[in-house]
Design a protein around this ligand. Sequence first.
Ligand code: HEC
Ligand code: HEC
Length: 305
Amino acid sequence: MSIRTLAFLAMLVAGSLFVTACQPQVNVSRSSVNLREGMALEPPAERLVPVRPSAIEGAKVFERAQCIICHGTRGFGDGPAAANLTAEQKTLLHDLLRLVGIRLSAPQLPSRPANFHNVVAMRLNSPFTMYETVTRGRPHTAMPSFPRPRDYPKKGMPRGRPSYGARLFGVYLTDEERWHVIFHELSFASTPQEVALGKQLYETKEIEINGRPYTCASCHGTKGDGRGPAGAELSRTLWGWARGEGPGILTDINLMAQRKSTELFQSIVDGREEAHRYRGKLTDDEIWALVNYIWTFVYDYPWPK
Ligand code: HEC
Ligand code: HEC
């Protein structure tokens, strides 16, 4: 290797080290300067959910839209139709032949309606995935789609994307009704006692972070809007907290509608913020109680908290 190649290589290494060192580093949590100084905040984002969901309204929709036939009056998946529901079995061959207009008859498989008290399943649902299921139904199961009235004109083909699954004729839901009914179903996944325990922990359980005692409400605020006394401090460095939206703003329905309970649990035990790691400081039951309480910031909860 010649001296010139060596020198070139050395320069390349030094150059790349220099470039790496110059990468912009954004570490908001430990920053001592005020990043927001002199910069205007964007206005808050548009609400994706057109209404404040209400489990009380949802209970009415649950009955009127006949969800109870399959899911049962109390959402245990034990409605009068539940035992005999089936769905067509499908394979790739069925789908391929269907493309050329041949319909093979296939054996029917049993299809069991969801039990909304089954926490193992419910903790993996986000309101948005439930919205998708209620709007479009679920392929290869007896879960029907509940389109908006305007998607199904009296004459002609349905507008928009096709729905999966079965159809209940004549049953439509508006967007508002769908959000209400979803949160009604979500309210089955915890008991009022758990929610009350969650509220108590959220507001009173003090945990030391860097030698200072904090409750959840010190930062997140008693209303979950990030406006607790320590929340004000945080909003000097966290853009989202200043705008009142984003991670940690538990009233932000756009964000919360995309969260699963398991994700909220995870951010409590192993949060991104160093000061936010509650692993070993709360029991699993206490954390689930907190998660169940946190949901009530975004919808009208039917029972006293
Ligand atoms: C004809 C019976 C039937 C009716 C009526 C029905 N469902 Fe379902 N539903 C099902 C079945 C079956 C499943 C399970 C699908 C599966 O196996 O994944 C299900 C699943 C669901 C799920 C997904 C739950 C999960 O954990 O993944 C939601 C949400 C749901 N239904 C909401 C509703 C709502 C809201 C209504 C009324 C507006 C309704 N359902 C009416 C049969 C029904
Ligand atoms: C020192 C202030 C502080 C305290 C105390 C605190 N949090 Fe947080 N929390 C935050 C911040 C900041 C975030 C946002 C982190 C991020 O940007 O990912 C957050 C995020 C969260 C999230 C994630 C939300 C999401 O959308 O992912 C949950 C859930 C949460 N906190 C619950 C709690 C609970 C429950 C407690 C009490 C046991 C608690 N927090 C205590 C500051 C705090």
